[in-house]
Write a protein that binds this ligand. Structure first.
Ligand SMILES: [Zn+2]
Length: 93
């Protein structure tokens, strides 16, 4: 039984944050994106039209990726960097 509270997934939250970042960027000459920095959700709510400040359900932190994508310190998905995770066993540790 759900009590009507719908908990958004990290991925969904990140998508919204990304939209807010893009919103901000089209309306401002200076980009909100600071690669590698923690994303200021309050700032995006005030300036990017983010509907509400929501954090990763597993307490990840949102960080700007190199292209302005929203990365989560816990989930880290959406990274196309050449870094393991689903490699078929090239671990040498
Ligand atoms: Zn997350």
């Amino acid at each position: 039984m759900r009590s009507g509270i719908y908990k958004m997934s990290c991925k969904e939250i990140r998508r919204k944050v990304e939209v807010a970042v893009q919103n901000y960027d089209v309306n401002n000459t200076r980009s909100a994106i600071q690669s590698g920095k923690i994303i200021d959700l309050d700032f995006l709510r005030a300036n990017g039209g983010l509907a509400e400040v929501q954090y990763c359900p597993e307490n990840g932190r949102y960080i700007y990726g190199p292209q302005g994508e929203v990365l989560c310190s816990v989930h880290r998905s959406k990274v196309s960097v050449t870094q393991e995770s689903e490699s078929p066993g090239r671990e040498t540790k």
